[in-house]
Write a protein that binds this ligand. Structure first.
Ligand code: NAD
Length: 298
């Protein structure tokens, strides 16, 4: 069993680190927040005094941080992880961050003789707890093969998406589809209701016809249609609107840097910005139907 360093023991990181510990690894973690450190200690994880201490003897170091700024700050510079690590250390960044920052860190890791993958996840906190996350992995074949046994412990579906940053690319492109399609589903159900269509009848028709999509069938925004939808629990997430908003903004940063035209992605980002700025970031992303209908809570 290996020694694994783990930085960022928040909502996702802590249950992921717990699964590595339960699989018999020696996990040494660190988080800047005292509350997160206390929760990790209570879970039996050894907590380091400072970030650099997780490097000592570590075969692999996993990071699960909020955004690209945090990842760059932790990895780069004279006091960063890359400078302090023994040559050949494997770094696995599971944070969801912008593609450009991810590629910058990959390049610095390679220049300093380390292996690296970006491995953002889908599956949320429940998937992290159950060890059933999907990992979308970017990096070379060797790094992927070294990371896979660790990812297998924390997830169920480990997909190699290509070279450096491609895990991030896959994640934000997928979530751009999801955000756009949730808005499309919400508009269609709102229009149908105004035209006198019963939502369940419309669902039975459309989910078996050409309008069907994953958002409609799995996260239907109208209560009483799909049993597992957040709509049936007052839109408690699930997948929070704030997270969808973050991923859509990342898609737009990537679109502008790469010159891709994503007009519907831009529109979806603008609508989720309005929704989140109105104080709805903590609701499930499917709650955007309330704003689209113009009803209470919009
Ligand atoms: P979180 O805010 O709960 O956890 C992030 C942790 O990183 C915090 O505890 C914070 O204190 C810590 N941190 C920040 N800077 C640090 C540093 N320099 N050194 C050590 N620790 C530091 O966030 P989360 O929900 O766990 O999400 C983590 C990442 O996973 C994000 O990029 C998010 O977009 C992504 N993600 C989250 C979900 C979800 O459902 N929560 C789902 C998929 C992906």
């Amino acid at each position: 069993m290996a020694r694994i360093g783990f930085l960022g023991l928040g909502n996702m990181g802590l249950p992921m680190a717990k699964n590595l510990l339960a699989a018999g690894h020696d996990v040494v973690g660190f988080d800047v927040t005292p509350k997160a450190r206390e929760a990790a200690t209570a879970a039996g994880i050894s907590v380091a005094e400072q970030a650099a201490d997780v490097l000592s003897g570590a075969e692999a170091v996993i990071t699960m941080l909020p955004a690209g700024d945090h990842v760059r700050a932790v990895y780069l510079g004279p006091d960063g992880l890359l400078a302090g690590a023994a040559s050949g250390t494997l770094f696995i960044d599971c944070s969801t961050i912008d593609v450009a920052s991810s590629r910058e860190v990959h390049e610095a890791a390679a220049a300093q003789g380390h292996a690296m993958v970006d491995a953002p996840v889908s599956g949320g906190v429940s998937g992290a707890e159950a060890g059933t996350l999907t990992f979308m992995v970017g990096g070379n074949d060797d790094a992927f093969q070294r990371a896979k046994p660790h990812l297998d412990i924390m997830g169920r579906n480990i997909v190699h998406a290509g070279g450096a940053g491609n895990g991030q690319a896959a994640k934000i492109c997928n979530n751009m589809i999801l955000g756009i399609s949730m808005i499309a589903v919400s508009e269609a159900f709102a229009l149908g209701q105004r035209l006198g269509l019963d939502p369940k009848t419309f669902f039975d028709i459309s989910s078996a016809a050409s309008g069907s999509c994953w958002a409609m069938v799995n996260h239907n925004p109208v209560p009483g249609i799909v049993e597992t939808s957040a709509a049936n629990r007052d839109y408690q997430p699930g997948f929070a609107a704030a997270m969808m908003h973050k991923d859509l903004k990342l898609s737009q940063a990537a679109a502008s840097q790469s010159g891709a035209a994503t007009p519907l992605g831009a529109e979806a980002t603008a609508l989720y910005t309005l929704f989140v700025n109105a104080g709805n970031g903590g609701l499930d992303y499917s709650a955007i139907i309330k704003m689209i209908k113009g009803g209470p809570g919009a």
